[in-house]
Design a protein around this ligand. Structure first.
Ligand code: SF4
Length: 259
């Protein structure tokens, strides 16, 4: 079985699903969002990055399933008290060696740890089909409903993203739909109205919507990877976020700002 590379294990995370969670960040992503705040997550292989003291550090390491489950289980008491668990994130977890990811989810389920999958939707539908029995839900990014904008800002169109979202919805999966908000690009009311109309037309079942405002916290990481950060985006204002939140709420959705 091929072993994926992990670039971070974040304990006591409160942004990647309900309760206290451990987030496993797998390294490697099939798309290239121009705003990505974790550029070290994009390449599948380990790579050198300067740490905050300017020293070179190798990012990415491999763990056996047993090792990872042990790390995850260490905080089980906090998951039990808070309704938390583990979140497999990235990069893109669904583009990792699938046998490993499914086995890891199965093992977490066996030991009583709830699993969420954080995904951009760009992976074969059969990957979602295979993991579905072993996970409790999906944090599912819909970056752009407009496919040409998806192509422009991520490098790929959104056909697979929409197909997989509809598949998971049809299967009755628990979906937290996550919408990245880049001011002056997708924060107009029409964008929200188009998404709402599409969700209604396709009868997509979404448990909640999370609005994820762009932030520039990751910009320094490009320098530390000796890469150029080519795009700069604008954070939406609090007033704009509240306006968008109200639009989705008026359509009957539970909506939060942030993860
Ligand atoms: S999907 Fe996530 S990890 Fe991949 S490029 Fe986009 S923001 Fe970065």
């Amino acid at each position: 079985m091929k072993t994926p590379t992990v670039f971070n294990i974040q304990k006591f995370s409160t942004h990647d699903g309900p309760g206290v969670r451990t987030t496993i960040f797998f390294k490697g992503c099939p798309i290239r969002c121009l705003w990505c705040h974790n550029p070290e997550s994009q390449n599948f292989k380990p790579e050198i990055m300067l740490n905050k003291d300017g020293k070179e550090e190798l990012i990415g390491q491999n763990y056996s399933i047993k090792e990872l489950v042990k790390k995850i289980q260490a905080d089980q008491i906090f998951y039990d008290q808070s309704g938390g668990g583990v979140t497999f994130s990235g990069g893109e977890v669904m583009a990792q060696p699938l046998d490993y990811v499914v086995e890891l989810a199965k093992e977490c389920q066996r030991v009583g740890v709830s699993v969420l999958i954080d995904t951009c939707g760009v992976a074969p539908t059969e990957h979602y089909q295979k993991i579905l029995p072993y996970v409790d839900g999906f944090l599912y990014d819909l970056k752009f409903l407009d496919s040409s904008l998806h192509q422009q800002y991520t490098g790929v169109d959104n056909q697979l993203v929409l197909k997989n979202l509809l598949y998971l919805s049809d299967q009755g999966a628990e979906i937290d739909l996550r919408l990245i908000l880049l001011d002056e690009i997708n924060t107009d009311n029409q964008t929200a109205e188009n998404i709402l109309a599409w969700l209604k037309k396709e009868a997509v079942r979404v448990a909640k919507i999370s609005l994820l405002p762009y932030h520039n916290f990751g910009q320094d990481k490009y320098r530390r990877l000796k890469r150029e950060c080519t795009q700069h985006f604008i954070e939406p204002s609090q007033a704009k976020l509240a306006e968008i939140q109200a639009l989705y709420q008026a359509a009957g959705y539970q909506v939060s700002i942030g993860g």
